[in-house]
Design a protein around this ligand. Structure first.
Ligand SMILES: NC(=O)c1ccc[n+]([C@@H]2O[C@H](COP(=O)([O-])OP(=O)(O)OC[C@H]3O[C@@H](n4cnc5c(N)ncnc54)[C@H](OP(=O)(O)O)[C@@H]3O)[C@@H](O)[C@H]2O)c1
Length: 264
């Protein structure tokens, strides 16, 4: 296994396994933890990625790293989604550590040409049921209903809910077409606020709970997420972008509701 805290053994592992391509999805994703210990975030999300990238580049193994919309601070106000050509400008330590991982991997591959580096940025992943946003919203909605209160959800933070299964399929498509090189924005279509997303979940569950928009400042957190975290979808080899997020939610909903013990 590749341990982000002790990445140096990766060369020996690559020599043993001799992969043609490595997909690096592991990360320290606790954004508040990263905000409280930015140096550790850098070690786990940037240094470990650099060590892996140098080891892959030296062995001419392709590398696809999974990254995040949080490489952008979300302060843009022109309503346009972030493109792969936009320069990363992270607004929190998690985003900074992921952006630095992207940069260091790019340097490693530039220094040793011969293999391909891909960066697949995604955002607001959901599925499988358990700890994802829809599961947490269902729990919160049940509590709100029991208390006879509305459910408060953030209405001033925008992003694109993205079905992990769709993102995984897109990555497989890039690998199968030998088209990983470059930066890919692997997100479902359209965008939403957290409150829009919560409303979709509550409606699909048939729960009689009102969802009210509140500002993100309602909850003080160590990490500040991007206000406008919308990525422009990049084309896949099939030519088709990923479907719109509500269609993906429709696919996921039966699994989500079954796991939550909700009959529809
Ligand atoms: N979730 C999102 O909304 C989102 C959005 C944009 C980008 N991403 C990116 O997508 C990727 C996957 O994220 P996720 O949400 O699936 O994260 P996750 O549920 O927190 O899973 C992270 C993975 O990294 C592994 N990991 C954590 N610390 C490690 C360490 N010290 N050494 C080795 N492995 C370690 C975990 O292994 P264990 O299971 O063994 O702990 C787990 O498999 C990450 O690169 C993340 O930055 C996620």
């Amino acid at each position: 296994a590749f341990d982000l805290d002790t990445p140096d053994g990766i060369g020996a592992q690559l020599d043993r396994d001799r992969p043609e391509v490595v997909v690096h999805a592991a990360a320290w994703t606790d954004v508040d933890g990263c905000a409280l210990d930015p140096a550790l975030a850098m070690r786990r999300n940037a240094t470990a990625t650099e060590v892996l990238a140098e080891a892959c580049a030296a062995r001419r193994a392709d590398l696809l790293i999974v990254s995040t919309n949080e490489v952008f601070d979300g302060s843009r106000t022109d309503g346009r989604p972030y493109e792969p050509t936009d320069t990363p400008c992270p607004g929190n330590p998690y985003g900074a550590s992921k952006a630095e991982g992207e940069r260091l991997a790019t340097v490693a591959f530039a220094q040793r040409p011969g293999a391909s580096l891909g960066i697949a940025r995604t955002a607001w992943l959901f599925g499988a049921p358990g700890r994802d946003f829809p599961s947490r919203i269902l729990d919160a909605a049940e509590r709100a209903r029991a208390a006879g209160e509305p459910l408060r959800a953030v209405g001033d933070e925008w992003g694109t809910p993205t079905y992990a299964a769709d993102a995984a399929e897109a990555i497989v498509e890039l690998l199968a077409a030998d088209a990983i090189a470059g930066i890919h924005h692997v997100v479902n279509g359209l965008f939403a606020t957290r409150a829009d997303w919560a409303r979709e979940v509550v409606t699909r569950a048939g729960l009689e709970v009102e969802v009210v928009n509140v500002p993100s400042s309602t909850w003080q957190r160590p990490s500040h997420p991007p206000r406008w975290g919308v990525l422009a979808q990049t084309p896949l080899p099939s030519g088709e972008p990923l479907r719109a997020w509500p269609d993906a939610m429709a696919d996921y909903a039966p699994r989500l509701l079954r796991a939550a013990g909700i009959r529809t």
